[in-house]
Design a protein around this ligand. Structure first.
Ligand SMILES: Cc1ncc(COP(=O)(O)O)c(C=O)c1O
Length: 409
């Protein structure tokens, strides 16, 4: 999978350049501004603030900061999440409806084990987050793609797909969806489809796993209500994270579900044995929120990423071949670009050679190819994902200029 012999954003490779063991996933390739990476710019990480808050956290919580944590996560962060979701979503969860996690990736791994039986079907959007495909695909589950268009998941297609799966004697474990600032397209499920999806899920007895990782990175007013907030209890498990709004290295996230589902998560034996993952980082996040620094940080990130989105989309206008299209997301990290022709997998080595990079669109499709999966899946072989998160506006412009030079031929 590696594009350069080093680690790649499409999948890890062992070791680091020079034989030293790596500290972080990202490996700088000199001279390359690779827009494949959906990572934050290191200059946007609140390093000094967290260094200060780490000291405050240890002093405030004393030995309990270093103890085995409560299985559902430490109370101060659960209370802070209740408060925050009361401001950023249309309904706050009760504290008993929350289980803290080690981030969305870890939570999704738990969902695959807890919410589906071996052999069951997991429904996903086509395209969808490529690492979600790998996490789910590492379990004995069958991944089935659903159509996706410019309004998000094509909810109207669901009843027929469900009927077909059930008629063949298979059962559906859950539907994994990213309705808000989707990865890889950046698009957001329309309000009408949100309502239709939760009504359909209730009528069909379908469980939804909602990946809500980009909720805080909304550039044009508040993010839309989560599926979790709209649905009757027990229908949705929503996965949130502080990876995008604070720092990914903290490995702190949360899920909201109804009480009995949340208890299934916190009741897992490994949590009863070792306590919640990321206990100390969770207390650090709680301190950051209690001290009022968290909203200011989110505000700063929204402004920075909004500016980067503008820089990237403007640069595309000037550099891409005629007939190229791209999405204009209202939040998150990514845009999805579609060329009028060409194979973006085959074009990638030349783009890398020119000092730029992207992830080819087909990386985001499940291995079992869909019939009728909508425009994004159909055009995936001439599409790619770009991230504006990692680089400054100047670097984004330069990277797109280099890429355009190759793609225009
Ligand atoms: C859609 C989506 N889900 C989950 C993740 C990972 O979340 P976390 O860092 O909380 O594990 C990402 C990060 O790129 C993502 O884009």
């Amino acid at each position: 999978m590696s594009l350069s012999g080093q680690q790649s954003p499409q999948g890890p490779s062992p070791g680091a350049a020079g034989g030293r063991l790596p500290v972080a996933e990202f490996v700088e390739e000199p001279g390359v501004i690779d827009l494949a990476w959906g990572h934050p710019d290191p200059t946007l990480l609140p390093f000094e603030e967290l260094a200060e808050l780490a000291r405050t956290t240890l002093r405030r919580f004393g030995p309990e900061a270093l103890a085995y944590g409560a299985p559902a996560g430490p109370g101060p962060l659960i209370e802070a999440v209740v408060d925050r979701l009361g401001r950023t979503d249309s309904r706050p969860p009760g504290p008993e409806e929350i289980c803290l996690t080690g981030g969305v990736s870890a939570a999704l791994e738990q969902c695959a084990g807890l919410l589906a039986e071996p052999g069951q079907v997991i429904l996903v959007e086509a395209p969808t987050y490529h690492f979600a495909l790998r996490i789910l695909g590492s379990h004995p589950l069958e991944i089935c793609p659903l159509p996706f268009d410019s309004e998000g998941l094509v909810v109207e297609a669901l009843p027929e797909r469900l009927a077909r799966i059930r008629a063949s004697g298979r059962k559906v474990g859950f539907l994994y969806t990213i309705p808000t600032f989707h990865n890889p397209t950046g698009l957001t499920l329309s309000p009408e489809r949100r309502g239709a999806l939760v009504r359909l899920a209730e009528a069909e007895g379908l469980l939804l796993v909602e990946d809500d990782v980009y909720r805080e990175l909304s550039f044009e007013g508040p993010a839309p209500p989560s599926l979790w907030s709209l649905a009757p209890p027990g229908r949705v498990v929503r996965l949130g994270s502080f990876a995008k709004s604070l720092a990914p290295g903290l490995r702190v996230g949360y899920l909201t579900a109804d009480r009995s589902l949340a208890e299934r998560f916190s009741g897992q034996p490994w949590l009863q044995s070792g306590g919640a993952p990321s206990h100390l980082p969770s207390l650090l996040v709680a301190t950051c929120m209690a001290e009022g620094q968290y909203p200011a940080n989110v505000h700063r990130l929204q402004a920075a990423y909004r500016q980067r989105r503008e820089a990237l989309l403007e640069a595309l206008k000037a550099a891409m071949p005629e007939g190229t299209t791209w999405t204009r997301p209202a939040g998150g990290y990514f845009t999805w670009v579609t060329l009028p022709e060409g194979d973006t997998r085959k074009l990638l080595p030349a783009v890398k050679e020119a000092g730029s990079g992207y992830i080819p669109g087909t990386t985001f499709l499940p291995p079992k190819r869909p019939e009728a999966c909508g425009p994004f899946a159909e055009q995936a072989s001439r599409s790619f994902r770009l991230a504006w998160s990692r680089y400054s506006p100047e670097d984004l412009r330069e990277s797109v200029r280099r890429m355009g030079g190759v793609l225009r031929g």
